[in-house]
Ligand binder design. Structure first.
Ligand code: DC
Length: 226
């Protein structure tokens, strides 16, 4: 009988390096890499397109119930299909990013996303990154990592990552937006961002990328020797 592969949950604030580490672990251990945040982003994009008020939980939940969001892992991250349309690049836009944080406060929206995420990981063999993966989506995940870094370090990385684009926001703007989003993600009543009790904390503020990768790999090997 084939051995069940683990569920690896990676949670943490934005800009902590979750996506990079999730992609690395997925490749290293042959797991599917699923970005749960992309589902909140796709929901937000559709709401913006329809002009729905982002505080109207009932309208958003009704919309989400009739929406198909598919995550397709690729080498460079998830390809995201919203009702069959590839919206991957649009999901990174600034207004979608802010709107995603706002739609994700609603319990009824979260319940739909969580149920879909649980179905995707039901057979194991996934790395899922987000804010509530180790606490709510997969409380029994074999491996839980909480990846954090100081707000300044995260803001700096996000700023460099975005690269020089036309009308690029300043480093201070990027940091301010990140703080706003963090605040909302950490203080919302429903499933706020917090480490699961059994998560291993990794603070990447003063670590190089290679060091974080090595730690993450060691954590998986310790919890799931294969
Ligand atoms: O990880 P991300 O930046 O793509 O997430 C976008 C937003 O979605 C973020 O502000 C918080 C929310 N989110 C969430 O509430 N729960 C998750 N599991 C993933 C993301």
């Amino acid at each position: 009988m084939a051995v069940r592969k683990p569920v690896v949950a990676i949670d943490g604030p934005s800009g902590a390096g979750k996506s990079t580490i999730a992609a690395f672990l997925a490749k290293r251990f042959g797991l599917l890499n699923l970005e749960s945040g992309a589902m909140y982003r796709a929901t937000a994009l559709k709401a913006l397109r329809l002009g729905l008020p982002l505080e109207d939980e009932a309208a958003l939940a009704a919309m989400a119930e009739m929406t198909a969001i598919a995550l397709e892992p690729t080498e460079g991250g998830n390809r995201v299909l919203l009702d069959g349309e590839d919206v991957t690049t649009q999901l990174r836009e600034k207004d979608v990013t802010q709107a995603a944080s706002r739609v994700s406060v609603h319990p009824r929206v979260r319940a739909l996303m969580v149920a879909a995420q649980q179905r995707m990981g039901a057979e194991g063999g996934v790395v899922m990154e987000g804010r509530d993966i180790g606490t709510v989506v997969f409380p029994k995940a074999e491996v839980k990592i909480f990846l954090d870094a100081s707000p300044d370090a995260r803001g700096e990385r996000r700023f460099i990552q975005t690269g020089p684009t036309q009308g690029q926001p300043s480093a201070d703007d990027v940091k301010r937006e990140l703080r706003e989003r963090d605040e909302r993600d950490r203080t919302r009543t429903e499933s706020p961002l917090r480490p699961a009790e059994d998560a291993v904390l990794v603070d990447s503020t003063v670590l190089s990328l290679d060091e974080v990768k090595a730690r993450a790999e060691a954590i998986v090997l310790e919890k799931w020797p294969g």
